[in-house]
Every structure is written in C-alpha cells, then in structure tokens.
Design a protein around this ligand. Structure first.
Ligand code: FAD
Length: 379
C-alpha cells in the first residue's frame, strides 16, 4: 500500500461494492458514498408489507457461464439454485413460452411439430433472405420471419425503447435466444443460475462488512470531496460528471406499478411479458422466485413495468440507449476521451460510468479486473 489518503467510491451498487471489497482486502481505506438511501444500487431488494421480498428496480436474476465469478460472489451469502422461466401473453390471450421454442411455434402457427428439425425447417421457410442485416428488424426477419418478429418483438420494442426495430442495432436483439426444442428456461445457455437466499441487500451488507470500509448513504458526489482522497472510482453517470458538455446520454427508465393479490394461482414462472401495444412490458410475481415469501400473510405482490424516458422518471437511469447508427456511443466516446486526458486519479466504473448495459456477472467481472489492476499497479 502506497497511499495514506483513503479511496473514494461513488456508488454502492455492484461496481462500487466489488471495488471497495478488493481494495479493503488489499489494505486500502475506502469511503463509499451513494445518493440513494440504501446500498445495493439497482440490485437492492427489501421485504414489503405483504411479507414478500421485492426487488425495488425490477427482477434481478443472476445467471452466468463464468464459474469463478459465481464462486467469488458465494463468499458473501448463501445462494440457491434457480431456473428462470418467462411466458409471453399474446394479444390473443395465449400464454406462450419465451424464448420462442417448439411449443411457441405450435401455439402461434397452429402446427403440431414434435421435433427440432421440423421447427428449424419451418423457421427456414418463413425467414426473409437478408444476407447482411443492417438493423434489429432485418436481423429478426432473417432468423424468424415477419410473423414472429411482429408478434413478439415489434410492439414490445417500441414501448421498451420508443424506437422501431428498424432504428435499433442488431446487437440489441442478437442476445435473444431462440430454441427449436421444448426447452422453456430463459437462460438455458448459462450453467449457473442462482438467487441469494436472504436477498441481494444481505449480500451487499457482507460485501461492505470490512473494518476498512465506511458507507455514507444519501450523500451525493461533490467535486470538492476529491481533495481528501488519493483516488476515486466513480459509478455516477459520466455525462453528469462533465456537466453534459458533450451532450446528454439518454437512458430508458421504468415506472413500477405494484399491486397485491390474495387469490394467486399456482404458476411455475415468475415473469410474464406483455407483447401487445399497451404501456406495460412485463410483470413479476415475486412469490414465484425462491425464498421470496419471507413471511406468510396470504397476500402476494405483483409488480408491472412501464418503460419511459429517464427524464420522465426523476432521472432514474436504467438502460443505455443503443441505436443502429451508434450516435450515443459516439457521445460516450467523447466523454471517455476527456476523462482519460483530464485525470489519472479517477476511473469511471459500472453501468452509468461506462454507458453500457451490464448484467451483474459482467459488472462483477469487470470490477474485479479493474480493482486487481489498480492494486497491482501500486504494489
Ligand atoms: C430493470 C433492470 C433489471 C435488471 N435485471 C438484471 C438481471 O436479471 N440480471 C442481471 O445480471 N442484471 C440485471 N440488471 C443489471 C444490474 O442492475 C446491473 O448489472 C448492476 O446494477 C450494475 O451495477 P452498477 O454498480 O454498475 O450500477 P448501479 O447498481 O446502478 O449502482 C450505481 C450506484 O451509484 C449511485 N450514484 C449515481 N450517481 C451518484 C452520485 N452523483 N453520487 C452518489 N451516488 C451516485 C446510484 O444511486 C447507484 O446506487 C438489471 C438492471 C435493470 C435496470
């Protein structure tokens, strides 16, 4: 350790918590601040008045192919196996498996296929021949044809992003899996799917539980703080840090609508996607996630999501906006260049610091690598 001043970490979400933990374990004093009244960032959860554990910023499902990341995280809580399932409610009232699979194709087209080969043949027949898809619409047309694209993805994408599929980058839909068999689990390609038995917030409490870490909530970053610190890892929005001098980086946000039910039917999936052109994209039945009935009250909580511009939701930034022409990425690149030139004592981290959508395993992976590089450079 080469410094006597502590390190400032802005943001008590995964990026900040992982940096804080590694630096403290390496002997550095760390002060973590967050403008919100709780730790955990967007992974924060709590138990509501119905005795149900609710994720305050939408359902957080941990899934990864990266076993070392899962093993690292397991040090900070007990995790239980969990297999995520999603159903799509079609405008016709049909509840279809999502990702699209053999049963989805049969439900939509009235076919009675029984083998993956039949489904693959069907999709090959309806696919539109487009050699080099230039946007999300062309990518989907080339893979699943117009009917499935327009039913499952066109209205959903419009309400989620306020863009037509033609204006979206292919990258946004490339991650959507497609199955020709009966597999009806959402993250079937990830060997590890797990849920913290006592919730994410308890995991964060353990991450921050170190004698060299302090955490101050309801504390917004102020440049004057920097004088007291040797270095700053900063998860705040990079455009806000630079007073939007190169333009604003837009985000989609979500308004959450929560309701209580008492006659909850049994179901083996937790998330239902709405494919119609109404305002809502999906709803979560929290009691269908493992260990989410914390106290039995007979009541169940459901949260529906209504996407909106982040400026219409108290500047709550959730999803960076990716367009086919990468115009916002170009703005981010300007901020990154300014940041690289202007300070060797600050690094922007996490979702809003680097303007990219990151799943939890990705942000943990990046943060472990970043903190280890920083520590090694000062050893
Ligand atoms: C709706 C939704 C659903 C998701 N579902 C999943 C999922 O199922 N699986 C999955 O793996 N990932 C999911 N994610 C992604 C997951 O939330 C992120 O990987 C994770 O939150 C990123 O951590 P972070 O530290 O980068 O950002 P955050 O968790 O956002 O933490 C950043 C923190 O910085 C604080 N901050 C910002 N500005 C300031 C400031 N000026 N001063 C002080 N503090 C500040 C914020 O208050 C926030 O608490 C989801 C994300 C969203 C939005």
């Amino acid at each position: 350790m080469t410094t006597t001043k502590p390190v400032l970490i802005v943001g008590a979400g995964f990026s900040g918590a992982v940096h804080a933990r590694l630096l403290a374990e390496a002997g550095y004093r760390v002060d973590v601040i967050d403008v919100r009244p709780h730790i955990g960032g967007n992974a924060y959860d709590h138990v509501d008045a119905n005795g149900i554990r609710v994720h305050a910023y939408g359902p957080h499902l941990f899934h990864t192919k990266n076993k070392p990341i899962a093993d690292w995280l397991r040090q900070f809580g007990t995790f239980v196996d969990y297999t995520h399932k999603v159903r799509a409610l079609l405008p016709s009232g049909i509840m279809a498996p999502l990702p699209i699979n053999l049963d989805t194709v049969n439900l939509v087209f009235g076919t009675s296929y029984t083998t993956p080969e039949q489904v693959a043949d069907h999709l090959a027949r309806v696919a539109v021949p487009i050699a080099k898809p230039a946007n999300a619409a062309e990518y989907l047309y080339a893979h699943i044809g117009r009917d499935l694209t327009d039913l499952f993805f066109r209205p959903y994408t419009k309400k989620m992003w306020q863009f037509d599929l033609e204006d979206m980058a292919s990258a946004v839909v490339k991650r959507i899996p497609l199955r020709s068999d009966r597999t009806d689990t959402y993250f079937a390609d990830d060997e590890i799917q797990m849920m913290p038995r006592d919730g994410y917030t308890a995991v964060f409490q353990r991450l921050f539980d170190h004698p060299l870490i302090t955490v101050a909530l309801e504390t917004a970053f102020d440049r004057a703080m920097l004088a007291d610190y040797a270095f700053c890892f900063n998860a705040m929005p990079i455009d806000a840090y630079f007073d939007f001098s190169a333009g604003e980086l837009p985000y989609r946000s979500i308004r959450f609508h929560t309701r209580t039910i008492t006659d909850a039917p049994a179901q083996d999936w937790s998330v239902t996607n709405y494919t119609d052109s109404g305002a809502l994209t999906r709803e979560t039945r929290w009691d269908c996630l493992p260990h989410h009935i914390v106290q039995e009250t007979g009541r169940r909580t459901i949260t529906a999501e209504e996407p909106c511009d982040y400026r219409d939701n108290n500047r709550e930034r959730y999803y960076p906006v990716k367009t086919a022409d990468n115009r916002f990425q170009a703005i981010y690149n300007k901020y990154k260049a300014i940041a690289d030139e202007s300070s060797s004592e600050m690094a922007f981290i996490g979702r809003c610091g680097t303007y990219q959508y990151l799943d939890m395993d990705q942000v943990i992976n990046q943060s472990l690598a970043s903190a280890r590089r920083w520590i090694a450079a000062r050893a």
